[in-house]
Design a protein around this ligand. Structure first.
Ligand SMILES: [Zn+2]
Ligand SMILES: [Zn+2]
Length: 85
């Protein structure tokens, strides 16, 4: 079993390793802070519906409607459109 001094040394080495990674990591790698930023056209035939778009508050990166909520919405739209034919 490791003594306390060794455990501390290992923990410091791990922190140093992660700090080196974080120093060069992009915002996306660190985990973007995605916030709801409006909507965009869903692209289906109904014309009036929209899917949510999320934008990172730090780097400004946008998912352009590429998220689970949008996926669910488009799937629902496809079903609706097919049922109407
Ligand atoms: Zn970001
Ligand atoms: Zn739609």
């Amino acid at each position: 079993m490791q003594n306390l001094a060794e455990q501390l040394e290992n923990a410091r080495a791990e922190v140093a390793r992660l700090e080196r990674i974080a120093a060069t990591a992009t915002c996306r790698e660190m985990g973007c802070d995605m916030q709801h930023a409006g909507g965009m056209n869903c692209g289906c035939d109904q014309g009036s519906c929209s899917v949510p778009v999320y934008v990172c508050t730090r780097c400004g990166d946008s998912d352009y409607g590429d998220n689970q909520e949008a996926l669910d919405k488009r799937t629902a739209c496809e079903r609706w459109t097919e049922g109407d034919l």
